[in-house]
Design a protein around this ligand. Structure first.
Ligand code: 5GP
Length: 120
């Protein structure tokens, strides 16, 4: 899938639309989801043009892959999610329910998440 530079997270990265930032470093930006599905719902995105884990894992420089996943862990710790735990999720493509075509990891916390995924 070709990366669309006009997707909403690309606009957030360029500062064209605002976000409630929780963390930023050279590799990643984290911000609160606009429509939270849990008491804590934060998105972590790489500062580079990748649609999903598919192109990211295949094409991104090792420093970016490492930096991005380190940032995900840093954000989870910073949000105090280490205990009692949290859910980390990435939607990919149509069946995965991906709405925004820029790689993002959802971090959900602040309540029990239940078992796995919904059946509908
Ligand atoms: P997806 O379904 O692609 O995995 O998740 C996209 C997420 O982005 C959704 O949870 C949605 O609420 C969130 N989102 C969409 N537009 C915006 C926005 O402009 N700002 C923020 N902070 N979140 C957004």
């Amino acid at each position: 899938m070709t990366y669309d530079p006009n997707n909403v997270f690309a606009k957030i990265l360029r500062g064209e639309i605002p976000c409630k930032k929780v963390y930023e470093d050279d590799f990643a930006l984290a911000f609160h989801d606009i429509n939270p599905q849990a008491p804590i719902h934060v998105l972590v995105i790489p500062k580079a043009a990748y649609v999903s884990i598919l192109d990211f894992s295949a094409e991104a420089a090792p420093e970016l892959v490492t930096g991005f996943f380190r940032a995900v862990g840093t954000v989870a710790r910073q949000l105090g999610l280490e205990e009692p735990g949290f859910r980390m999720m990435a939607n990919i493509g149509s069946d995965g329910g991906q709405e925004v075509p820029h790689l993002h990891i959802h971090l959900f916390g602040g309540r029990k998440m239940g078992r796995m995924i919904s059946k509908d």
